[in-house]
Ligand binder design. Sequence first.
Ligand SMILES: Cc1cc2nc3c(=O)[nH]c(=O)nc-3n(C[C@H](O)[C@H](O)[C@H](O)COP(=O)(O)O)c2cc1C
Length: 324
Amino acid sequence: MTTGFTVEQLRAAVTDAVRAPSLHNTQPWRFRLHDGGIELSVDPLRRLPATDPSGWGARIACGAALFNLRLALAVAGTPATVRLRPYPADPNVVARLVPDVPRRPTPTEQSLYAAIGHRFSNRAPFWPDPVPAEARWRLGEAARAEHCWLELLIGTSAVNAFAEITRSAHRVLERDPAYVAERAAWIRSEPAPDGVPTTAAGPQGEPQDLLPQRGFGGRDRAPGRDFEPEPLVAVLGSPGNTSADQVVAGQALQRVLLAATDAGLSVSMISQPIEVSGAREALRLSLGRFGTPQMGLRIGYGQPGRPTPRRSVDEVLDVPMPQP
Ligand SMILES: Cc1cc2nc3c(=O)[nH]c(=O)nc-3n(C[C@H](O)[C@H](O)[C@H](O)COP(=O)(O)O)c2cc1C
């Protein structure tokens, strides 16, 4: 057992951690080395007060970054033991990682790790090809491995119920000028280290769309370029809904996204029905499951795309100044 992580190990793992998804690509995380442990905190300066008043989205994003951090350390041969919310007096600290017994990475860790750099949110229409049973099973398994569940909506009525709840949540959100202004402030039409590039936006929504897309300034749709008629829609959920449960859900989300990438699948996230509390409850009831829905996912075979930018590692590290 090693005594603590080094700054070099921290820097290498954070390079992978920041590839995690976040609401509007705000990247609401900070990392530091403290008493030999790596600590991951929510960055309060990068919260979205109108879109994410409770901090749910920031905790999901930090959970996703935590999963990448765990994977990166494990693949480097230095897996970590994780304590969530280690300091009750400082709820911004999401997790503390200390070195566990060194071991070889498992094949699953290696293949999930290899997917980190290829994953991106694909908001374009997918091909109509169905997702095979084996891949569906792997996605569910990825959620279960992180103590969450993934409900794949089977049949028209389940998908229509999700779509109806999502459309109504979308309407509620779009009526809020602060929400609309906040989203507009994170759309990037020029190269930038954060925010959502217009090149990553889906095509403009149309009235016939089953699922409303969050608008990030995408282009008008060419005639006939509609979305896939029978999308595979899934809902990721966690047993509870405390702050720690949301960090757990973020880890499960990232594991599902990486498993999908590894299986050659594309995913886009649909969180409107999670962000509006009435819609979230309606979704929970429609699924008939214990626990709390934490994310909606559209999964399928997509056209190629590319990962979106991130801030540099130096911008998210709190490294103590060397003593003179
Ligand atoms: C909590 C959370 C909620 C999100 N909600 C949506 C959403 O409703 N619609 C959407 O298109 N993308 C959504 N995203 C995806 C982010 O916009 C995306 O992760 C970010 O722009 C970075 O891009 P990338 O996923 O390609 O790395 C969400 C991501 C997170 C973590």
